[in-house]
Ligand binder design. Sequence first.
Ligand code: EZ4
Ligand code: CO
Length: 411
Amino acid sequence: MKITNAEVIVTSPDRNFVTLKLTTDEGITGLGDATLNGRELSVVAYLKDHVVPLLIGRDADKIEDTWQFLYRGAYWRRGPVTMAAIASVDMALWDIKGKKADMPVYQLLGGASRDGLLAYGHASGKTTEELFESVHRHLELGYRAIRIQTGVPGLKSIYGIASVTADKPEGVRYDHEPAVRGDLPNEEDWDTRSYLRHVPGVFEAVRNEFGPELPLLHDAHHRLTPMQAAKLGKSLEPYDLFWLEDCTPAENQDALRWVRHHTTTPLAIGEIFNTVWDYKQIISEQLIDYVRSAVTHTGGITHLKKVLDYASLFQIKSGMHGPTDISPVGMAAAMHLGLAIHNFGIQEYMMHGGRTNQVFQQSFTWNNGLLHPGDNPGLGVELETDEAGKYPYVRAYLPYNRLADGTIHDW
Ligand code: EZ4
Ligand code: CO
């Protein structure tokens, strides 16, 4: 079975998505997600100008060989653009293989290891009152695990806080990434000492209100030094977090050793990692508990499965990235992989907007706080081309932040 056509589709229903659509000489189509938030068109160019010519005429059955060809054959390895592009080809080929076999992709990966995937949503609020309301809303939506982000007194805008708007008075959706579509990036402010003073009290209040049972997560979004992260981890121990995410900038893997030696709060890291090489040290030294990589940003199902199999040797589980900038295709790939592997931990799930769900027809289900990819052959997602065509690309940027004295800080 040969690949006869490869199309890169850019659509911006609620936000930008980049999708690769492969077609074979047997008339089977496959979809892959190549969305890189805020840098979308770089992956489009990488695919269109360099990868698509290599795909036409290739054997669509050869997933591993195609992966190795695109990774090793380029000479220039790794990096978010390369690995998102490879991921989209890989997903599309798994989609095609599933459709050809008339099986959902999770069956091809070994079959289901569980009934469904525990998923967490994002509760947030500027004040504790708003935060509680947001937690209640998420419980009503069926979530059985919840990420907690709050405003910090004295800071104007801060990572992870849903903006309260007239049409969403409860501010339930944190979807401001990219903060501004068609403009320049939003500038936010940051002060680590205020944050470290404020957060433990918030978790104490949440535990008092919602009890000891509910799994709670928190994202520090790369803003702390190892010692600050150690201090935060320690101060949150009484509140029994499911995980503390991205406590330090992810590039310096050694930093995690310091954090680890000072706190038993579980650590999750890796949403900006691209390959198993980014994880080599932190997995082999067991410095984290959860792998945050998305299928979309880590070379697809083929490569992330290798990362997670490696992690399984060290009792490290999956915690795949699932913000709305992972398209429904990328989310489906995550669900198939998560259902099949033994060391599944939790899946981030933010719920796409209505327009996105019109563009991408999806087979997944959401019941009792559990996701399931459904049993359609392949990934279970189809792209409505006419709908997609209604929403042209809109330039968009992630926000960034500065300290009080004007210094740029980690975002
Ligand atoms: O900032 O998806 O855990 N989730 C996150 C996200 C990321 C965005 C980046 O594209 O940290 O909100
Ligand atoms: Co994160």
